[in-house]
Design a protein around this ligand. Structure first.
Ligand code: ZN
Length: 283
């Protein structure tokens, strides 16, 4: 699988000279399978640039198909959806997977985003593409365009966010954005989902000091990410979903501190990468 980061910020977009290196768009990661299948992890503002690129191919001719795996529907994870150019091209198809008890409920959450009070789109039915909705229950395994997908919910403030595991040809990618673990760390089911991941993309919104003052937001610090990676035996950790107020230099410092934390916990062999817009990784 080929992974590309299109947006790595949390909460709100953070454009500006101090965030140019890591990028200012909110959460979006594309995963391309061996046969070219496209899975999109979250649709923050980063998905708009992905959409522009996709228009050059099948999506521009109305012959495209992709799956969207939503961790949850906080603004920073769906804000790019009504501005994602391929959804306006008739003939394209998108299958949205997410955290809901039914497909109607999942559709209703995204329909709410189109409400005329918030959006000129008015209703999902005004998007030209066909859109399907599939709820993902904990423990279920879905075949998504030939990639094996499983999910578990993490506590996230007053709601929960799904962490996803994607497997193809024995390689495993885990996407765990917006995880606010209790003091004892991730639950056993969640650690099993992360287990042995070749790449663990993990919420690293805060420094430990800032997280301590914002526990109710339900996000991780880089130290939480390091602890989860070590506990799960991940091979490669990617820091992700940085606080919008952190300049690039702060993310650099967090990455150095995370390396030290991994080593302190015995995770010397775990590779560490700070996710940045445009960065590509092979899994
Ligand atoms: Zn978020």
């Amino acid at each position: 699988m080929k992974v590309r980061f299109w947006g790595v910020r949390g909460a709100i977009p953070a454009p500006g000279p101090e965030t140019n290196r890591y990028g200012g768009n909110t959460s979006c990661v594309s995963v391309t399978g061996r046969r070219g299948q496209l899975l999109i992890l979250d649709m923050g503002t980063g998905v708009v640039n992905l959409g522009h690129q996709l228009l050059a191919g099948e999506m521009g001719r109305g012959e495209g198909r992709a799956a969207v795996l939503l961790s949850h529907a906080h603004w920073d994870h769906i804000q790019g959806f009504p501005f994602f150019p391929p959804v306006f091209v008739p003939g394209n198809r998108f299958d949205v997977y997410g955290n809901a008890h039914s497909s109607d409920m999942l559709e209703g959450i995204l329909e709410g985003q189109m409400d005329p009070n918030f959006s000129p789109i008015y209703t999902l039915k005004n998007l030209g593409a066909a859109i399907g909705f599939t709820p993902v229950a904990p423990g279920e395994v879905h075949d998504v365009l030939g990639i094996k997908v499983a999910a578990r919910p993490n506590p996230h403030g007053h709601t929960s966010a799904l962490a996803y595991r994607l497997e193809e040809d024995g390689a495993a990618l885990v996407y765990a954005s917006d995880a606010g673990y209790p003091p004892e760390g991730p639950g056993r089911d969640v650690l099993d989902l992360y287990r042995g991941a070749d790449l663990l993309i993990h919420d690293s919104t805060y420094t430990p000091a800032d997280r301590a003052t914002r526990l109710e937001r339900g996000n991780s610090s880089y130290a939480d990410a390091a602890a989860a990676a070590v506990a799960a035996g991940a091979r490669h950790l990617a820091l992700f979903h940085y606080d919008q107020d952190y300049a690039d230099d702060t993310v650099d410092e967090m990455t150095r501190a995370c390396r030290a934390e991994l080593d302190r916990l015995g995770g010397h062999g775990i590779r560490l990468t700070a996710a940045a817009e445009g960065l590509e990784l092979d899994v």
